[in-house]
Design a protein around this ligand. Structure first.
Ligand code: CA
Ligand code: CA
Length: 200
């Protein structure tokens, strides 16, 4: 009467091996998703910011100005990134905002009182995965270079860098739009490892 409807020991062992392989594959893909490299993390931040800038244009009619409001008592560093921060975190702006964990202040400047919906008077920048400001250039002022405080392991140095031209055509990258540029793993702008939202 005994039907052979259960698993034999061999079949059980095969099933356990398959389950083990599947678990390993799942854990490894999980590591790919959650333990991603700083490069991938930075690219995701740039793409997120680019989407938020498009949303800003939809809501406000244009991309955020990359110049600080007149009369703001700020130093000369990171001003294009700080202008972007002020626009996206403005108390009157209803669009999406970058993760607050991404905010840094590598030049340490602040205003006399808070200028955004945040309680802090610090003039923040939105950072890449290495804690350096993401350079923001709005196409109306591509000719104006930026002064940046960026470096390796929070050893910040004064740097000057500007919007990118296409190496083949000589024209601006992202004409009529904006550029977002991370200094990359080496902490210096205008080197090979820089990361942009426009793919070079
Ligand atoms: Ca700052
Ligand atoms: Ca670099």
């Amino acid at each position: 009467m005994m039907q052979k409807n259960g698993f034999t020991l061999l079949e059980l062992m095969i099933v356990m091996v398959i389950v083990g392989v599947l678990m390993t594959a799942l854990l490894m893909s999980g590591a790919g998703i959650f333990g991603q490299s700083a490069e991938k993390e930075t690219l995701i931040r740039l793409q997120t910011m680019a989407a938020l800038l498009e949303q800003h244009r939809t809501i406000e009619g244009d991309y955020p100005d990359d110049r600080l409001p007149k009369g703001l008592p700020a130093n000369t560093f990171n001003s294009k990134a700080e202008a972007l921060f002020l626009a996206l975190f403005d108390a009157g702006y209803g669009g999406g905002k970058p993760n607050q964990d991404w905010l840094v202040n590598t030049d340490g400047d602040e205003t006399s009182k808070p200028r955004t919906e945040l309680p802090s008077p610090q003039l923040f920048e939105i950072s890449d995965a290495w804690g350096n400001p993401v350079a923001y250039y709005e196409s109306l002022h591509y000719k104006t270079t930026g002064q940046w405080m960026a470096g390796l392991d929070e050893e910040y140095e004064e740097q000057v860098s500007g919007a990118r031209r296409n190496e083949t055509t000589g024209g601006w990258e992202e004409p009529g739009r904006f550029q977002l540029i991370s200094a990359g793993p080496d902490g210096y702008f205008d080197t090979e490892d820089d990361i942009t939202h426009f793919g070079n």
